[in-house]
Ligand binder design. Sequence first.
Ligand code: ATP
Ligand code: MG
Length: 321
Amino acid sequence: MRVLTGIQPSGALHIGNYFGAIKQMIDLQEKSDLFIFIANYHALTSLKDGEALKHNTLDAAINFLSLGIDHTKVTFWAQSDVKEVLELYWILSGYTPMGLLERAHSYKDKVAKGIAANHSLFSYPVLMAADILLYDSEVIPVGKDQIQHVEITRDIAIKFNNDFGDIFKVPEFKVDENVATVPGLDGAKMSKSYGNTIDIFCSEKELKKATSRIVTDSTPMEEPKNPFTCNVYALAKLFLENDELEALKVRYQKGGEGYGHFKAYLNGLIWDYFAPAREKRAYYVAHKEEVIAILDEGAAKARHIASAKMDMIRNLVGIYR
Ligand code: ATP
Ligand code: MG
């Protein structure tokens, strides 16, 4: 089963990204034909700083490899290394009714938020369709907010197939209902844009500062505390086995320890959990040429599929040679 997912090269990753998305990818790479690309063309819709985009693209590759994406099991590349995707994007545009894009929630939401509308923001779902269809992807894991984009892809694929036969696999989306929303420092969903994150690759000092900001109630140190309403507990839960979690629950309910103690404990859990990834990251940062070679190898694999597909499509739609 071919599963495809794109990742935005948008800088620092937080533990919400890890437990909400990256962990599932690590799991999927063992049991599916997983394709992961760094969506740097997509990032152009909002990022207009060339140096930053270049840096973020390589940084995203470094981060994902460090966290356990295994390039020997996954086809892993940078979107812009396979130009066929832009050619397909243009061809698919001719099979995309305006109304389909005008109904896209994510575009309407962005415009409502005051983000200046440009054409790439509007036509983004067509590029996403090209990403998916070019590689015969069967399953697209998404958050609820991305379901509509996969539906747009399906509509475009069906329209094209009506004219030309079964050229494209019509993909399914998959929403993982088991993925819990990771709370941020303030208890709301952890999100870059809310500034309430704990970043995976921050320094020890930054980590301490972040955990110290986690909002708790003001139950005095001596008194029993309710773990089930506590953000510190909710975050610690992500890192603990059942028996360890049980032990933490007992500490909460016994009283005698303050939130400072629990925050220090959480701090240690996070720091230790990501220690191997931090080490790998330091290695890749010092050996960027290895990362580039990995992306080149992934692009070659992806291009092999893309180029055969585009030969067929060019021929069908009548592009000379
Ligand atoms: P932004 O604020 O720009 O939306 P973000 O911090 O929400 O950024 P995204 O880039 O939107 O991060 O999300 C990347 C992936 O991480 C997505 O699959 C998303 O569902 C997942 N994710 C993000 N935040 C959380 C969270 N708090 N809990 C679980 N999963 C999350
Ligand atoms: Mg988000």
